[in-house]
Design a protein around this ligand. Structure first.
Ligand code: MLT
Length: 388
């Protein structure tokens, strides 16, 4: 018997980070000391108070029952409170908020709610692979790329022709993989364009709390008109180093959030209630617009590591600029990024080839600085040998 997958599955490449992780674990099995700058999975711990809350919450029987698929009211209220404190935005926890099992599923499931077969979905390129593959292609929509070019600050051109007939547009700043940030003017233009052309804006703000050197990321929902056309996605993964807990949330337009909830009610039953309790504790670390000490200190670590990597790569002859947000360094190495990444693997270093984020990522590689400064220095030494 031959179990043939659906055509839409055959058309999708394997998930980028699964491929990389497989290669790295093969090397480790063979005794290689691997230094991985691959997946953006923080090597730093979550806040201690969050772990304590989680342990206590696990002990309570009621936290082992089903959650509602839209998320427990305590977390939706905490999200609304966080939006008010952090961004000065008022949202209704029952109408504008949906809890997610990590922002990744929300980014994909919003497409299930809005994309018909053949519908145009605008995706940044290079971009997080979930927009084109997990969202557009899994819904049999048509992913249309918006090139992000370095000379334009990795911001897409938002022309009327491009937006015409699109159902959905993904944007993400601070940006993965480029580390670029967007100013208010660009985001206003994005909202205006979506309103004019009736396009739902899925704004991936997973890195809003990972910023440096006085850069403060805003919420798209701070902008006039955004509540009419946008849903914003946040994740506790990068804000609180909680990737494995799988917790995120979508906030925005009431009708779009209702559609997302409808999709999810047929697919999942929400994150575990004990994880959601931990989420409430994490968001409570914020007292206002300022980042709490945990987030500030963690960002200082990313920032120092990025400095070490940037200056080391500069000495090796690469032109790199430290990003104002995310913990990624996106560096032009020229030629085939896959070949470069393979060459690095040969020296026990995992980097992500830019081509994995789309055709416009070719020539670049991405480093996630999830290694200590000492290990970064070790990797730079190996790279020096590799490129000689
Ligand atoms: C990344 O490394 O770009 C992502 O955060 C990984 C993921 O979410 O799968």
């Amino acid at each position: 018997m031959r179990l043939a997958p659906a055509d839409r599955i055959t058309a999708i490449p394997p998930y980028l980070f699964v491929r990389l992780e497989k290669k790295a674990s093969e090397l480790r099995k063979n005794g290689v000391d691997v230094i991985s700058f691959g997946i953006g999975d923080p090597d730093l711990p979550p806040p201690q108070e969050v772990i304590h809350t989680l342990i206590n919450a696990v002990k309570e029987e009621k936290n082992h029952k089903y959650s509602s698929s839209e998320g427990e009211s305590c977390l939706r209220e905490a999200v609304a409170g966080w939006y008010k404190k952090r961004f000065g935005v008022d949202v209704n926890p029952d109408k504008n908020v949906c809890v997610l099992i990590g922002s990744k599923e929300g980014l994909a499931n919003i497409a299930r709610g809005f994309v018909n077969v053949g519908d145009k979905v605008l995706v940044p390129d290079p971009g997080y692979p979930v927009y084109a593959n997990g969202a557009a292609m899994l819904c049999e929509g048509k992913a249309v790329v918006m090139p992000l070019k370095e000379e334009n600050g990795f911001l897409p051109m938002l022309d009327r022709k491009g937006l015409k007939d699109a159902r959905l547009m993904y944007l993400n700043y601070p940006n993965n993989p480029t580390g670029a940030t967007a100013d208010r003017g660009f985001l206003e233009e994005a909202v205006e364009s979506c309103l004019k052309d009736n396009v739902l804006l899925a704004y991936d703000n997973a890195y809003s709390e990972v910023t440096f050197d006085d850069h403060e990321a805003m919420s798209i929902l701070e902008l006039e008109g955004a509540m009419d056309c946008a849903v914003e996605f946040h994740s506790l993964s990068k804000t609180f180093n909680m990737t494995g807990d799988r917790l995120g949330f979508a906030v925005g337009n009431e009708d779009a959030v209702a559609v997302l909830k409808k999709v999810k009610s047929q697919l999942d039953s929400g994150p575990s209630p004990f994880i959601q309790r931990a989420g409430v504790e994490a968001l409570a670390l914020y007292g206002g617009r300022q980042k709490p000490e945990f987030v500030r200190r963690r960002n200082e670590i990313w920032s120092r590591r990025l400095d070490v990597l940037c200056s080391g790569l500069g000495k090796l002859g690469y032109d790199c600029r430290k990003p104002k947000g995310t913990f990624y360094l996106f560096v032009m190495v020229g030629g085939s990024s896959m070949e470069f990444a393979e060459k690095m693997l040969g020296h026990g270093i995992v980097v992500t080839p830019g081509i994995g984020f789309g055709q416009h990522g070719e020539g670049y590689i991405r480093f996630a600085v999830t290694q200590t400064e000492e290990r970064i220095a070790e990797a730079l030494g190996r790279m020096e040998k590799a490129i000689q």
